[in-house]
Ligand binder design. Structure first.
Ligand SMILES: C[S@@+](CC[C@H](N)C(=O)[O-])C[C@H]1O[C@@H](n2cnc3c(N)ncnc32)[C@H](O)[C@@H]1O
Length: 275
């Protein structure tokens, strides 16, 4: 779902509560925890088969939420430090992932030890981060040869023909008044995200991949999931949930998960790089 990209200011609380923003997730923490579908198995297989995620590996995850990705990182045997600024989400993260070391704070403001991690992970959170601050910090926090893996679940697959359910979703979205233009690449503009992650010379891409998958959802799963989207109102989520009844009680949704993996560059980039 479209979200504004954070372009300035290190504080999460710079956001106006009336505008869709990252605080939305913390306000709906329990719903987020039960409503968001997991990341596809192909993604975990890919990270494991390249050796980027391995038992004993030290991983730092930025914007961990309630631990959707954290659980799988821990299950793979990694030692995880998870950074999450939302207090309600961080509370759930603590319950769900007692083996992770959890830091309450933003990616921009949290201090990370130097050369302390083999892998940095950002799952469905990169669009909220100020990369000008975060990329140099991750460069310093990763070991030489360390990697940064950035992915997101994109809820909708433009390459699949429009389903009756997606037609209902489009009707809701099309009724909205035009909002402020989004800054930053779109959620499936994966090459543009890879460019943004290479800016400044801290990282160089080693893999750009997209995984296609599908999931069947019932009415209450649709309601929960759409309520977690930062640009959807509760009334809109209710409306699309009701449409599931008209469509037989269950709908098949087609999603994509773009993944960009980058290697930490060996040199320390000089100051003055632009993002
Ligand atoms: C869509 S959720 C993704 C959560 C989790 N990574 C997952 O895969 O389910 C976006 C997350 O980014 C967090 N976030 C927003 N701004 C952030 C920032 N500046 N630093 C770190 N995390 C941030 C939010 O609190 C939220 O948990």
């Amino acid at each position: 779902m479209p979200c504004p990209v954070k372009t300035s200011g290190p504080s999460l609380f710079d956001y106006d509560e009336c505008v869709p923003g990252p605080l939305h997730f913390d306000a709906h923490a329990a719903l987020y925890d039960r409503g968001r579908p997991p990341y596809p198995d192909q993604l975990w297989t890919c990270l494991g088969s390249h050796g980027w995620l391995s038992p004993g590996g030290r991983v730092v995850e930025l914007g961990a939420g309630s631990g959707l990705a954290t659980r799988r990182l821990l299950a793979a045997g990694a030692r995880v430090t998870a950074v999450e600024p939302g207090p309600a989400l961080a509370g759930l993260l603590r319950e769900r992932c007692p083996d992770a070391s959890i830091i309450l704070g933003t990616a921009e403001e949290t201090g990370l030890d130097e050369s302390a991690f083999d892998l940095a992970v950002i799952a469905t959170a990169v669009h909220w981060l100020d990369l000008g601050l975060v990329l140099p910090k991750l460069h310093a926090a990763l070991t030489p040869g360390g990697h940064l893996a950035v992915w997101r679940n994109a809820f909708g697959d433009p390459s699949v023909s429009l389903t009756p359910f997606r037609e209902r979703v489009a009707q809701v979205v099309d009724r909205r008044p035009p909002g402020p233009p989004r800054s930053g690449p779109g959620e499936l503009a994966t090459a543009a995200w890879a460019d943004a992650l290479e800016a400044g010379g801290y990282f160089e891409r080693v893999l750009v991949e997209e995984f296609a998958w599908a999931i069947t959802l019932d009415r209450s799963q649709v309601r929960d999931l759409f309520t977690t989207f930062s640009d959807w109102s509760a009334a809109e989520a209710d409306e699309v949930a009701r449409s599931v009844d008209d469509l037989g009680g269950r709908v098949v949704e087609h999603y994509r998960t773009p993944l960009v993996v980058l290697r930490r560059t060996g040199h320390v980039p000089s100051a003055g790089n632009t993002f």
